[in-house]
Design a protein. Structure first.
Length: 76
């Protein structure tokens, strides 16, 4: 899996979970201790998520890491 594919899948999964939970970008930013700009960059596929941010987002959304990222393949 390429980095671009990973970023795309993460963004799609994040959007889906946010929609399911009714979470706004502002709420997610606050709850995950990230900036709104950072959340926006993840959603627009402009930035690779860091491991710290990934954990914070999963906790903020009360979901598992594998709900957000594909853990079945290596990133090239």
């Amino acid at each position: 899996m390429t980095e671009k594919e990973f970023i795309d899948i993460f963004a799609e999964n994040l959007i889906g979970i946010m929609q399911e939970t009714g979470t706004t970008q502002r709420e997610l930013a606050k709850d995950s201790h990230l900036t709104e700009a950072t959340i926006s960059r993840y959603l627009s596929r402009d930035r690779m998520v860091s491991s710290r941010a990934l954990v914070n987002i999963a906790i903020a959304l009360n979901c598992n890491l594998d709900d957000l990222v594909p853990l079945y393949d290596l990133v090239d």
